[in-house]
Design a protein around this ligand. Sequence first.
Ligand code: RM4
Ligand code: MN
Ligand code: MN
Length: 404
Amino acid sequence: MPPLQGGTMKDQQAEKAGKALDQLQIELPSWGFANTGTRFGKFIQAAAATSIEEKFSDAGQVHAVTGACPTLALHVLWDVPEGVPGAANVKRISEKYGVRAGAINPNVFQDQEYKYGSLGNPDVAIRRKALEHIRESIGIAAALGSRDISLWFADGSNYPGSQSMRRRIEYFEDGLKEAHASLIPGQRMLVEYKPFEPAFYHTDIADWGMALLLAKAAGPQATVLVDTGHHYAAQNIEQIVAWLLHQGMIGGFHFNDRRYADDDLTLGSIDPYQVFRIFHELHAYAAEKGKAADIAFMIDQSHNLKGKIEAAIQTVVTAQELFAKAALVDHGRLSGLQKDCSIVDAEECLRGAFWIDVRPMIREWRRGRGLPEDPMKAFRESGYLEKITRERHDKNMGAISTYA
Ligand code: RM4
Ligand code: MN
Ligand code: MN
């Protein structure tokens, strides 16, 4: 690529990367700051957040060093168990720490009644209970000024013949339609899919096709949420993203990485090229249409081994690096090469961007915005971790770490 007048190729790349980074805001998950575990037990961290206030405080630290995380996704039962009346307190805390409430996640999987499902349950009374909870969540979102209601369902069955999969499609269509009717203008409903777990025979919303059809059935404010960890190992996720972009139906991402199943590992830790390819689809779409798709970028990870705040910072930095790299693909040149079926050159055009070291450009971008060049170092030097470790130690260490 020959340099254009008025700037070296490096300058142009830095400008492109910077423009992309200006647009990348990443939502943190409240549950990513609390102690969580595996099926076998919890490893308690002394510094983990023990309240909604501490979650906002921790998120504020990630935002302070990255400048990229102005919102925090909330899980209703874990964060706002009082329902709509609890919204005022969340608002107060959110203002105190300079982080807004993001997507509201209803919880229709934790209560005993949901053993055989929520919106897909054969018992109409339980379907109603789930619907009422989703409506309450929509009310919380309205009270907090949150745009997105993020829906994930654990619904499914473990044994062939034990449930009517087809009947449950109807229950889901009806329930989502009714929930959609409670949305206020401007709100969105994001429908998440996942192939298995906790159900191991059938999951009611198992893949993007099912999520897409249900979102379409629900109404115009419903779209699909792609959790990068919710696919089978060989799945081409960027192709799913391409399809959803084409349909105007991609509303959000849950970022994480995986090696085997829904591992919730740090984004890009296992396969950074996969994340790059997803970002490339988004940038290529924006270049072609002159406008980026309206997508909520959210993290959905829970770390047992890494420190929670450090893991969040590492994820945001990784997302920025891969997003910036993907922004450096020469779309004009690539589309010419694709037309000519110049396979090797087209592939190299894409792959070449992946290998550009964007870190110096990102440091520069941070400097220009008054942010620390190295967010992790800035966090470690802040003394915050030592402070919360002292303050929260006793509370966390008294927690139960076994599920037995
Ligand atoms: C699921 C899914 C959802 C999350 C629940 C708790 O695996 O990723 O987004 O809310 O876990
Ligand atoms: Mn998720
Ligand atoms: Mn998940």
